[in-house]
Design a protein around this ligand. Structure first.
Ligand SMILES: [Mn+2]
Length: 415
C-alpha cells in the first residue's frame, strides 16, 4: 500500500502512544528489531528449480562475487541481513582472502557453511545410497572428508558453524538397516565434530521425508537431538520450518529444544504441504508469530540465550524475482518478531495460572493483530535502510540493470 512520509510519522506516533499506555517503550523495540539480522543462503539468489523445470528470472548471479553483490544490495535496502550462508561445492571460493575482503567491504559476514552429500558432483564414490550413514565404510569416510573440507573453507572465510543436512534414507523396506544407519551417522558426525575448531558449532537438520520416501535417517527433532548429545555440546538441532509433517506443532518443538538448550537455529521458509520452500510468512503467518513467541519467551526466561541461536532463510522457488522474495521474507520475519515482543508475558502467565483460557488467547491475539508495519519500517529507516525496499527496487529497475549487466540467461548455481 502507498503511504506518505507524513502518514508514516502519524502511524508511528499513534503506535508509540498505544504501546506507551501498555508500558512498552517504542525505542527499545526499535533497537531490538534493528539488531535482529538474518543470514541469506547463497542458493536463494537465483530462480529455484522443481523436478519439472526451472525458469530463469534473468540477471542471476553467475558466481560467488555476484552472489555477494546481491546480498550486499539486500543488506543496503533492508538492513535486516549481514551474512551469507555458503554451500559447498556450489560456492567454492577461488581466492578466499579476496572473497572475504569483498564481503567485508559490503558489510557481509559468513554464516554457517553447508556441506552437500545429497548429490554427486564428480567425487570418487556415489552418494546414491547415502553418505554419513552409508553401509559402505569407504563412502562414509569420503562424506566425512567432504565435511572436513567444508570446515577448512569456512575457516578461511571466518565462518563459525557447519550445517549438516542429510538426505540419507531409503525408499523401500529392507533397503537400509535402521540401527546401523544411525550408528554410522553418529560415528561420522563425531569424526566431523572432532575436526571442527573449538569455537565452531554444528547445526544438525532433520526432515521427515524427501528425497527418500520410506525412511529418513534423521526424520525428526528427537533423532537429531539424540545424535547431537552423542556428538558433543556444540552440536545442536536446526529447525527448518518446512521439514515437518503437516500440522506439526513447531512452536512446541522450539520450546522443547530451548528447554534443553538444544536449539541451534532456524531455516525460515513457509509451506502448504511439505518442504515447499515458499516465502516465509506467506502461508502461515500466525504460526510464525507463535514460534517467535516461544523464542522471545525462552530467551527472556533464560532457557537459552538469544545470541546462541542462528537465523537463516532457506527458501527457493521458481516464480518470483529472488531479491524481491528475500525482501518480503526479511520483512515477514521482522514483523513476526516485532509482534512477539508485544506479548504481555506477565498477563499471559497470570492467565495460565488462573486457568483463564480466553484471557490467554486475547493476550496473543492482541499482539498478533497489532499492525507493526510502521514500527518495522521506522527501525529500517533509523538503521539507514530504505523506507520501502520493494518500491525502491522496482523504481530503480534493479533487475533490468542486472539483466543488462549479467545477461538474460545468467543462471545461479543451486537446485
Ligand atoms: Mn534447510
Amino acid at each position: 500500500m502507498q503511504y506518505s512520509q507524513e502518514f508514516h510519522k502519524k502511524s508511528i506516533s499513534l503506535l508509540a502512544d498505544q504501546l506507551g499506555e501498555n508500558g512498552i517503550s517504542i525505542s527499545s523495540l526499535i533497537s531490538k528489531i534493528s539488531a535482529f539480522q538474518i543470514a541469506v543462503p547463497s542458493w536463494a539468489l537465483g530462480a529455484g528449480g522443481t523436478r519439472f523445470g526451472r525458469f530463469s528470472i534473468g540477471g542471476e548471479p553467475r558466481n560467488l562475487e555476484e552472489k555477494l553483490d546481491d546480498i550486499g544490495l539486500l543488506a543496503k535496502l533492508t538492513k535486516r541481513t549481514d551474512a551469507v550462508s555458503l554451500h559447498i561445492p556450489w560456492d567454492i571460493p577461488q581466492d578466499a582472502a579476496a572473497i572475504r575482503q569483498k564481503a567485508a567491504d559490503l558489510g557481509i559476514g559468513f554464516d554457517a557453511m553447508n556441506s552437500n552429500t545429497f548429490q554427486d558432483y564428480g567425487q570418487a564414490l556415489s552418494y546414491k545410497m547415502g553418505s554419513l550413514s552409508n553401509a559402505n565404510a569407504d563412502i562414509r569416510k569420503q562424506a566425512v572428508e567432504h565435511n572436513l573440507q567444508v570446515i577448512e573453507i569456512g575457516k578461511s572465510l571466518g565462518s563459525k558453524a557447519l550445517t549438516v543436512w542429510l538426505a540419507d534414507g531409503s525408499n523401500f523396506p529392507g533397503q537400509a538397516h535402521f540401527r546401523k544407519a544411525l550408528q554410522g551417522t553418529s560415528e561420522s558426525l563425531q569424526d566431523i565434530y572432532a575436526g571442527m575448531p573449538a569455537d565452531w558449532k554444528l547445526l544438525l537438520e532433520y526432515k521427515p521425508y524427501e528425497p527418500n520416501f520410506y525412511h529418513t535417517v534423521i526424520p525428526d527433532w528427537g533423532t537429531s537431538a539424540m545424535l547431537c548429545k552423542q556428538v558433543g555440546d556444540r552440536a545442536k538441532v536446526l529447525v527448518d520450518l518446512g521439514h515437518h509433517l503437516p500440522n506439526t506443532n513447531i512452536e512446541q518443538i522450539v520450546a522443547t529444544l530451548m528447554h534443553q538448550n538444544m536449539l541451534a537455529g532456524f531455516h525460515f521458509n513457509d509451506s502448504k504441504f511439505g518442504d515447499d520452500d515458499l516465502s516465509t510468512g506467506s502461508i502461515k503467518p500466525y504460526q510464525l508469530f507463535l514460534i517467535f513467541c516461544e523464542l522471545v519467551g525462552g530467551a527472556e526466561e533464560n532457557a537459552q540465550t538469544w545470541e546462541s541461536i542462528s537465523w537463516m532463510i532457506d527458501a527457493s522457488h521458481n516464480t518470483k524475482d529472488p531479491i524481491e522474495d528475500l525482501v518480503q521474507a526479511l520483512e515477514a520475519i521482522s514483523q513476526a518478531y516485532a509482534k512477539a515482543l508485544l506479548v504481555d508475558r506477565a498477563k499471559l502467565t497470570h492467565c495460565q495460572v488462573e486457568g483463564d483460557v480466553v484471557g490467554a488467547q486475547e493476550v496473543l491475539q492482541d499482539a498478533f493483530l497489532t499492525d507493526v508495519r510502521a514500527l518495522v519500517r521506522e527501525a529500517r529507516i533509523q538503521s539507514g535502510g530504505e523506507a520501502d525496499p520493494l518500491a525502491f527496487y522496482r523504481k530503480e529497475k534493479i533487475r533490468e540493470k542486472l539483466i543488462a549487466q549479467r545477461g538474460k540467461d545468467a543462471t545461479a548455481s543451486g537446485l
